[in-house]
Design a protein around this ligand. Sequence first.
Ligand SMILES: [Fe+2]
Length: 446
Amino acid sequence: MENVMFKNDEIPEHLKGNGRPTRDELTLTDLQVIGKIPEELNGCYLRNGANPFTGTSDHPFFGDGMIHGISLSEGRASWYRNRYVRTPFIDNPALDILDPSVTLDMTCSKANTHVVTHAGQILALEEGHFPYILDKSLNTVGVQDYNGLLRGPFTAHPKICPTTGEMLAFGYSPLEPYLTYLRVLPDGTIAQAEPITVTGPTMMHDFNITENYVVFMDLPAVFNLDLAIVGEMPIEWSDSYPARLGVMPRNGDDSQVRWYDINPCYVFHQMNSYEEGASIVIDVVRFDHIWKKGAADFPAPMLWRWIIDTVTGRVQETQVDDRSGEFPRINDAHVGRSYRYGYEMSIGKTVSGRADAGALLKYDRHLGSNTSIELESGVVSGEAVFVSAEGAVEEDDGYLMTFLYDSKNDTSEYAIFDAQTMSRDPVARVPLPRVPSGFHGSWIPV
Ligand SMILES: [Fe+2]
């Protein structure tokens, strides 16, 4: 669908190129495969993104959630589907996400940021509202409020502990309580909803877990609800808000949070975090600042490492790479645990001067080195999700799967790369109709 509704007859930057939304909800079967899909991969790759139902949105984060999914079975790509998450915005496109009566209705989620699975449910997530439950054919079942125990927003970046099966999460809000810690048991019941005392209301996109702790990132992107009145994202940079990391035992309470000062910055996404003796190691994609000089003020993000010394109370902050990347992922069996390999996507210019081509980056955090898959000119990738190979022993023995977009012919494909070799040639590719750029996804085994 081409864009037809714009303010001032201008196409917003985020809706150009592969940001153009698609209106069609397709079901395609028996897809063409180039290469060979590993027969051990049985399940679905699902990816969420903002795809405005009306054809336009005022901000990249305001589009309606659309899930693109591809199902693999015994070496075949058995189907591709894309479906809107059926939120109130689809039934009533006149609803305004910036209208306070809509924003504060926890069922009025755009459901556009991530899609995860926990306790046997597929959840479409957006950090300002309740999760939405989907079935395996991507039909919307309804909201998940955990039997009424969830009272406020639920992050789009919960962490599922590979050892306990708990889903550790949080919610942030412009209204008090500004931050709430949430612990969901493996059976899908909420065991804890703990208000956390912070300096003020901030945007908190992601957080960290370790074997024994959670770590909140309270950073200076603060709510200013006056901005919503003029139709803008109601969050701005603050030079006076203290940047701090809050460490709390996983089953702890507000009184047990210990705060550590860090240099001002913003982090949308962490790569991983773990304990090492009396230290907590956190790898993050760090922005020097965001939204300081307006909505377009986004400096290039880089990978950094923070090491919290819980004895001295100091945090060591070290830049890992000067190549810009985002959307970090790891082998999920290592979430909150010692790990060696992390993966990112990179878009745009690289240190070698190559422009308009994307890349997939692989960081070896033991050796401090990195490798990459440099995509051909005009091709960019989305977030790459790591899936272990069957019987894998090595942490990186597995696959990276993502959607690629080729601007030369305006087409997309689903691609599976070998994560261990980082060969530029995919193991398998599945040509698809154009899949608009999006946010986060998951592999959901059968
Ligand atoms: Fe995110």
